[in-house]
Design a binder for this molecule. Sequence first.
Ligand code: KG4
Ligand code: ZN
Length: 345
Amino acid sequence: MIVLGIESSCDETSVAVLKDDAVLANLISSQDFHINFGGVVPELSSRAHIQIITSLVKEALATAGCTLDDIDAIGATAGPGLIGALLVGYTFARGLAFARKKKFVPVNHIEGHIFSGFLMEEKPEFPLLVLAVSGGHTLLLLVKSFTEIIKLGSTIDDAAGEAFDKVAKMIGLGYPGGPKIQVAAEKGDSHKIPFPIADLKGKYDFSFSGLKTSVLRYVQKEFPKETPILEKDFNDIAASFQFAVVKALLKKCELALRTYDVSSMSLVGGVAANSALRTSFLQLGEKYKKKVVIPDLEYCGDNAAMIASRAQSLLNAGESFSLETDAFPNFSSKYFINPPLANSL
Ligand code: KG4
Ligand code: ZN
């Protein structure tokens, strides 16, 4: 099966071609101009998607060595995301499917991330523990199959990526915060400042707003107006903050591993690009003797390969979709099911 995937939920336009297990093309065009505004400007994002989508689809097909005639199905992100941005990729894909009589699969963006480990050569195995960390979501999930996802916990306030972005802005590192904090943290002392690690007792939920506030208080106290913040100070704050985030995330993963007997673990989403988090997640897998699958960097941030892959797994699972019944927008996954009792997987 050859699937064309289209993603446009935020500030990346991406088009991919997937042939069974092989990614033949995964082109990602990032809208870097948002840097000038300190964050994504929705209206500008939609316009930029419109400007590039047609040429990106042509380029992806050329890279894959395919024509539209070779495509069996088209999958496009139907949400969650910025409505105007989503509409560009979604309506483009739906129109193309209608005109060329292709199967059309509306894909939930979070499901795309959740199953992105399946783009790797070494695939995850069910039941699977997934930590999905992006700019908009922080989810701890037990995934029983391609159509059964159990939410164990989520953030009660900021998403992990959002916390990275806000703290980076707070200490003047700029946007996008995640990669900038990582670079600064590599040069800093992660034990310098004991930032709090939130633990909502006995639950799998996360909270990052207290941590964010304590970074703000620290900066205000240690560096009152006119006091220069040296590079070393930035680095130590970044390293100590990153350490606290990683610890908070891993703590809940460990709790889940002690409770549920899973076959493998997967770390996904934009924040999964963080090298400290990747290393700690791998170590946790080693400790519990679990197979660990973390997608390559190009599949952590927003990309269309994961959307094509999700479209493919849904079609393979026997799901069917109609071009007539419009599934837009799709902000909540219909494959989330209720939590099981411990060890009843
Ligand atoms: O999955 P994604 O590309 O978009 C959403 O669906 O939200 O995730 C973007 C998030 C941003 O908050 C960004 O700062 C964060 O992922 N991120 C990182 C790193 N690279 C991207 N966070 C920490 N360390 C990184 N290296
Ligand atoms: Zn995403």
